[in-house]
Write a protein that binds this ligand. Structure first.
Ligand code: PGA
Length: 254
């Protein structure tokens, strides 16, 4: 039985003052949903505030990105996995479609980031997902396979694979209000798990595969009810305390 994970991706949102109330609410959510792992991924500059606000409660936190280089050095503007660990991060999002599309992150770069996350002891949340044109052209599985294989090819310890998280986020559903249907999402999750199983069966069975893309309180339950959907990566709705709680409650009762 995989424990559900609901992770909030705050993207480039928030202010020091503004996140206080949200963090208090998220802290309270964990008490109501003991069967669910909850995490928030704020912008880097708020990690110290998030750590101070969430320390000692069951909610974890993580980065939205990390540098593919390990150790320290001349990488202006970058944040290492070790630095994220220094601020108590458990997770790090890797290969989000916005990073791929707006910042040119290639599959190879995402694979390097996966290794850097593992080396730092972080749990990578690897995002994969097709564009609308790709779905319409019938190439969804080929795209997901390419993105996934880039990571599977570099992982050498299968325990790293078992503890990793994959997030299936169809690009056409992110921030658009257009959610994949539960059946559409399940189909892709049920493509991802056997593909990972070709590499390691036990790791595939333990692997949590999240769905992301316009998840809200009102559609979370039907998505999380699907056999291979193990929670969600939540953008916009993670900034609204009530919506986020509703999503966590849906994961609790799934
Ligand atoms: P959304 O974003 O929930 O706002 O669609 C999801 C994501 O980009 O992780």
């Amino acid at each position: 039985m995989r424990r559900p994970l609901v992770a909030g991706n705050w993207k480039m949102n928030g202010s020091r003052a503004g996140i206080k109330g949200l963090l208090e609410a998220v802290r309270a959510d964990a008490v109501q949903t003991p069967g669910v792992d909850i995490a928030v991924c704020p912008p880097f500059v708020y990690l110290a505030d998030v750590e101070a606000a969430l320390k000692g409660c069951a909610v974890a936190w993580g980065g939205q990105n990390l540098c593919q280089e390990t150790g320290a050095g001349a990488f202006t503007g970058e944040i290492s996995g070790e630095m994220l660990r220094d601020f108590g991060c458990r997770y790090v999002i890797i290969g989000h479609s916005e990073r791929r599309a707006l910042y040119g992150e290639s599959d190879a770069m995402v694979a390097r980031k996966f290794l850097a996350a593992n080396a730092a002891g972080l749990i990578p949340i690897v995002c994969v997902g097709e564009l609308l044109e790709e779905r319409e052209a019938g190439t969804t599985e080929a795209v997901i396979a390419r993105q996934l294989d880039a990571v599977l090819e570099v992982v050498d310890a299968t325990d790293a694979l078992a503890r990793a998280v994959i997030a299936y986020e169809p690009v056409w559903a992110i921030g658009t209000g257009r959610t994949a249907t539960p059946a559409q999402a399940q189909d892709v999750h049920d493509f991802i798990r056997p593909r990972v199983a070709r590499r390691d069966k036990d790791a595939a069975a333990a692997l949590r595969i999240l769905y992301g893309g316009s998840v809200k309180g009102s559609n979370a339950a039907e998505l999380f009810a699907m056999a291979d959907i193990d929670g969600g990566l939540i953008g916009g709705a993670s900034l609204k305390a009530e919506e986020f709680l509703e999503i966590c409650l849906a994961a609790q009762s799934a």
